[in-house]
Design a protein around this ligand. Structure first.
Ligand code: NI
Length: 204
């Protein structure tokens, strides 16, 4: 019986391609045999790479493999708590198909491990259904909303060579993570000051 820790079997963190690398613009090929040892190995390494980054999702072309598969997770701090956006662990979807459920879209803040340091508000469908298989050929399918719907659309786009800036219609909602965080903090402080002043003037 094989019983080895992830430490002894050796952890493999793959190199992540950054925007500008041509592999990120490729239309990826379907996976012929989802159960093949090299695909299982790739999925394991992609999960380790996603956790190490850390990230919420990773598509095969981001690790220089132009095949149609991605991994993702919905962590507690990301889940909206909706019944179709619950916390889920590391999940692989091989040869996925993603279809919108309805026409409604919303802006969702997204980052990408291939575009480090930046984020933007990206228009995405509110609800989608996705279908694919895992490494054992079992179907992986769900109808989802919230963060789950957003991350699946983002990763699926990677398989067609689409990066989130290519989805933007309003570039004023794109920026560096630390600048946006600073601006948010400043807005909160200004709010607190305004509340304090409102209180002071009503007391006088
Ligand atoms: Ni990405």
């Amino acid at each position: 019986m094989e019983r080895v820790s992830s430490y002894t079997r050796g952890m493999t963190v793959l190199k992540i391609a950054r925007m500008g690398h041509p592999v990120l613009l490729e239309r990826c090929r379907p996976v012929a045999d989802p159960g093949a040892p090299e695909i299982r190995r790739l999925v394991r390494d992609m999960i380790e790479t996603m956790e190490d980054a850390p990230g919420a999702g990773l598509a095969a072309p981001q690790v220089h493999v132009p095949l149609r598969l991605f991994v993702f997770r919905v962590q507690p701090q990301r889940s909206t708590g909706a019944p179709d956006d619950t916390v889920i662990g590391n999940t692989v979807v091989i040869n996925p198909v993603v279809e919108p459920l309805g026409e409604e879209r919303q802006l969702r803040w997204e980052g990408c491990l291939s575009i480090p340091g930046l984020r933007a508000a990206v228009p995405r469908f509110l609800r989608v259904r996705y279908t694919g298989v895992d490494c054992d050929g079992r179907p992986v399918t769900a109808a989802v909303s919230g963060f789950h719907a957003g991350v699946v659309q983002h990763e699926y786009d990677h398989l067609d060579g689409i990066l989130y800036p290519m989805r933007l219609t309003d570039f004023s909602q794109m920026g560096f993570n630390d600048e946006i965080a600073r601006a948010e903090e400043l807005a909160l402080r200004l709010d607190a000051i305004r509340t304090e002043w409102a209180g002071a003037s009503s007391r006088s």
